[in-house]
Design a protein around this ligand. Structure first.
Ligand SMILES: Nc1nc2c(c(=O)[nH]1)N[C@H]1C(S)=C(S)[C@@H](COP(=O)(O)O)O[C@H]1N2
Ligand SMILES: [Mo]
Length: 443
């Protein structure tokens, strides 16, 4: 009886061993089976499931998917056989499989890191650093988000590793085609600009956005150097296509009016791999999903409506989506992103409390931030100096808190006149509504 029951157990040890070895072998050959499976999973998972996963996992969705794929593969193989041998044999096999996969991944990382080489960013007129005057506000988020802390999100489990020497930016329009190397691209004249980048999935309090100084070439200059700029942009789309098969499309007139540009640098260095090395398109004020692709390899000027973008084919709206204005409370506490547990209650001394945050409304700029306590009247916060409309703006306030628990809420008013939407809405399809809310206990 006991024997029969044991025989029914899937052979998970052997399953993990087999998956680990297969993954390691594919890694040594310069690829990753798990990540390929992940690409298929992302491309075929129904939109509502993707939305729910991002909501629950924030930016940990990728490691979660990778672990699940590995476990799923191991289970599938394990079900083919029945469990043989002792538990310790199972654990040993599983451990060996995980070790092989870990070593394979390291080998692949090293190989791909070697493909990514530095290139020069000759900026004729570097942008002056004026600053917003809030660097010494206690509790303030740094104005520039460190590249290593800057959210990264895309449809890939593994960021593409582009080999710079063979990379060319293809620029096409009806009747013209040009191919630019990285040196030819940067020789068109590099500019620097400060701007925030915001994901449509950013929820109140989340950090699915960042602020940085970017380096690049205006789309206009790239197209005209390639002879691909039509005299009248009306009736044309700008198709941006990436090496991962992903695409985004912006009506050409909008791309020009909104100052789309081909970006090659972040924080004064070539783009890090996860942020689109060696080139991406960015369009100030549009959410990340609509502002141009990372790992750019083709720019095409096509008759309007002749192609559909990757997410539009999956059900996202065909129209451009602007970043909704939003304010975030960073100090004395932020509620944090999932899958972190709810934070412990935050205690502050009673009386006047320093509250510091960030707010953004690109490309128009932040006109005002308001804070309210316990659903009371909105009170205007002090704003740091405005760097430009594309960037976020730091703010602070000093509400008076009686002993007891309190709810703080912040909202942002855009220079466009739009006021942050307070009623909760999901990121799909126009970005999140609701105010960022923080609970505090004053002593
Ligand atoms: N090639 C490619 N570009 C892409 C994506 C992608 O999946 N593939 N995702 C977009 C989305 S949804 C966002 S929010 C931004 C994120 O840029 P980041 O990872 O540098 O923060 O990249 C955009 N560009
Ligand atoms: Mo996004």
């Amino acid at each position: 009886m006991a024997e029969r029951r044991q025989r029914r157990l899937p052979d998970l040890g052997t399953g993990l061993f087999a998956v680990g070895l297969a993954e390691a072998a594919s890694n040594l050959a310069g690829d990753s089976l798990i990540d390929r499976a992940g690409d298929v999973a992302v491309a075929t998972t129904p939109l509502p499931v993707i939305e729910e996963t991002i909501k629950r996992l924030g930016t940990t969705d990728k490691p979660f998917l990778r672990a699940n794929l590995m476990a799923g593969g191991a289970l599938a193989i394990g079900l083919l056989g029945s469990r043989r041998g002792s538990l310790s044999r199972q654990v040993l096999l599983a451990g060996a499989g995980l070790l092989a996969a870990g070593l394979g991944r390291r080998a692949l990382d090293a190989r791909e890191a070697a493909a990514v080489r530095d290139f020069e960013l000759p900026v004729p007129t570097p942008l002056e650093r004026v600053g917003d005057g809030a660097d010494d506000w206690p509790g303030a988020e740094p104005f520039d988000t460190e590249p290593g802390r800057f959210y990264a999100t895309d449809i890939n489990l593994r960021a593409p590793a582009v080999e710079l020497d063979s990379w060319r930016l293809e620029v096409r329009s009806p009747g013209t085609e040009a191919r630019l190397s990285i040196d030819e691209l940067t020789a068109l004249g590099l500019h620097e600009r400060d701007a925030a980048l915001v994901c449509v999935h950013n929820r109140p309090g989340w950090d699915r956005l960042g602020q940085q100084r970017w380096t690049g070439v205006p789309i206009e200059n790239v197209l005209s150097a390639a002879g691909a700029l039509p005299e009248d942009p009306a009736g044309f789309d700008l198709v941006t296509e990436a090496v991962d098969g992903y695409s985004q499309i912006i009506p050409l007139a909008e791309a020009l009016a909104r100052r789309s540009w081909v970006v090659v640098g972040m924080a004064g260095r070539p783009l890090p791999r996860e942020h689109g090395y060696p080139a991406r398109v960015m369009t100030p004020g549009l959410v990340g999903q609509y502002n141009g692709v990372k790992w750019l390899h083709r720019l095409a000027v096509t008759p309007s409506g002749s192609e559909r973008a990757w997410w539009v084919r999956r059900g996202w709206p065909d129209e451009l989506i602007e970043v909704p204005p939003m304010a975030r409370i960073d100090s004395p506490a932020n509620t944090g992103m999932p899958p972190r547990l709810p934070p412990p209650p935050v205690g502050v001394p009673g009386g006047r409390v320093d509250v510091v945050g960030t707010a953004w409304a690109p490309p128009h700029g932040v006109e005002a931030v308001e804070l309210r306590v316990d659903g009371g009247a909105w009170v205007e916060a002090e704003l740091a100096a405005e760097v430009n409309g594309d960037s976020w703006r730091r703010w602070r306030a000093r509400p008076e808190l009686d002993p007891g628990s309190h709810t703080l809420e912040a909202r942002c008013r855009s220079r466009s006149g739009a006021l942050q939407e307070g009623s909760p809405s999901e990121p799909f399809p126009y970005g999140c509504g609701a105010f960022h809310t923080v609970e505090l206990t004053a002593r």
